[in-house]
Design a protein around this ligand. Structure first.
Ligand code: HH2
Length: 257
């Protein structure tokens, strides 16, 4: 899954693809590089980010989505606002990626009225405050328990299991040790019956393991993507599609799995 951030303030590529023309060109490039899915977002969720008004989010997103849905790869929209989901679904997006895990019943309804797939992600708190004392009884069972409950709520609303992907939300209200515990436990989610999505590309987890600043985290992110897939992830959400694709191709050809 290649990331298209139509934002001025994303933690890695903020401002690079903020104009619709640049975002669309970036999406096309990621598809040429081998992305199987594009995830298009307009609201940064970096720690400390302030919420974005849904009307402004739509102004940023809709022209980009309208162009990218014609490319022939599935398009995911990264939003937590039900009104934005409805607008993007009417343009034909194939997936809704909600960092709040469909906590808003209006989001469940919007998804249930469509045929789209869903990524249910776990976040503790809000981007504004999520890194203040992330505290869990047991991080793996707390996070996975939330994901199972949200998937069950979607199923009750009519969203069949085979439309749903689960994501423990690396970096969203977790310490680095908690992020590591979640990545090591991916297999449990898979065994429970859901495909798993992992986003760790260039995040502070990679910085804390390698000591590198965000611009120098490609090699570390590739290591993380390989580990996530070896542990059972079905989808990796990345900024660097060509390099990730090559790394995964070689690993999948050579590893004893
Ligand atoms: N991470 C980010 C945004 N959306 N969605 C899912 N499902 N999983 C993730 O790990 C995830 C996500 C953060 O990365 P990015 O979009 O590059 O940064 P920003 O939120 O600053 O735009």
């Amino acid at each position: 899954m290649g990331v298209v951030n139509v934002t001025p303030d994303s933690f890695y590529d903020g401002g690079r693809f903020f104009s619709p023309a640049r975002a669309i060109a970036h999406g096309r490039r990621l598809v040429d590089e081998g992305a199987d899915i594009l995830d298009v977002g307009a609201e940064s969720s970096r720690p400390g980010a302030l919420p974005l008004d849904p009307a402004e989010e739509m102004t940023r997103l809709l022209p980009v989505i309208e162009a990218l849905v014609t490319l022939g790869v599935p398009i995911s929209v990264d939003t937590r606002h039900p009104s934005v989901m409805v607008a993007c679904l009417s343009l034909g997006v194939d997936m809704v990626n909600d960092i709040t895990g469909f906590a808003d019943p209006a989001s469940v309804l919007a998804l249930a009225r469509s045929q789209a797939a869903a990524c249910v992600m776990h976040m503790r708190g809000e981007p504004q405050n999520m890194q203040h004392t992330p505290d869990y009884r047991d991080v793996v069972s707390d996070v996975f328990g939330f994901l199972y409950r949200q998937a069950a709520a979607l199923e009750v609303a009519g969203v069949r299991r085979d439309r749903v992907t689960l994501d423990p939300g690396i970096g969203f209200g977790k310490t680095q040790d908690q992020n590591i515990a979640l990545i090591r436990a991916i297999g449990q989610l898979r065994v429970a019956g859901w495909p798993v999505l992992i986003g760790l590309s260039r995040k502070s987890l990679i910085g804390s393991l390698t000591g590198q600043p965000v611009g120098e985290r490609l090699a570390g992110s590739l290591g993380g993507a390989l580990a996530a897939v070896l542990n059972g992830a079905a989808i990796v959400r990345v900024h660097d599609v060509a390099a990730t694709r090559d790394a995964l191709t070689v690993m999948l050809a050579l590893a004893n799995r």
